[in-house]
Design a protein around this ligand. Structure first.
Ligand SMILES: [Cu+2]
Length: 161
């Protein structure tokens, strides 16, 4: 009886072990490629782009930046509506891009969350000063799990790297 059970276990485990060997490394909890666009003088809002990866199911719920950078930070989701039948614009084929604040962005285990131009972004509200090329600041990411991440942000025209 015992011997038979042992044999069964070995058979069941083998395929799993093989899959683990060939699988990808699990995602590490971290953030990379954080950057902000320079802003013209007089602009009140800025943007922050970055990529976040997580080993477990989690959600980004807030971002803090120094008050010397901006008074508040919002998470913005970008939606693109394709103009067409049913639209009230008349002309077909147009796209309407709009952004709206959301309370969180979910990240699946072993997944990533990307903020990039034309897509979802972190919005810096009420800039203290215009963001200038090569300036740097630290943003603190806050997650639903209670975890936090400090990321170095560089002000540049293009993504770092
Ligand atoms: Cu926005």
């Amino acid at each position: 009886m015992n011997r038979r059970l042992a044999a069964t276990v070995v058979v069941l485990l083998s395929p799993t072990a093989l899959m683990a060997c060939g699988g990808d490394e699990p995602a590490v909890f971290g953030a990379s490629g954080a950057w902000s666009r320079p802003t013209p003088s007089g602009a009140t809002n800025g943007v922050l782009y970055l990529t976040i990866t997580s080993d477990t199911d989690d959600a980004l719920v807030a971002v803090d930046v120094p008050e010397q950078v901006a008074a508040a930070v919002e998470l913005h989701e970008t939606t693109i509506e394709h103009g067409g039948a049913g639209g009230h614009h008349g002309g077909g084929g147009g796209e309407v891009v709009s952004m709206g604040q959301v309370t969180s962005f979910e990240i699946a285990a072993d997944g990533s969350l990307t903020f990039s131009p034309g897509g979802n972004h972190v919005m810096l509200i009420d800039l203290a000063e215009p963001l200038q090329t090569d300036e740097r600041y630290v943003a603190t990411l806050r997650f639903e799990s209670g975890r936090t991440l400090d990321v170095d942000v560089v002000v540049a025209d293009n993504p770092p790297g």
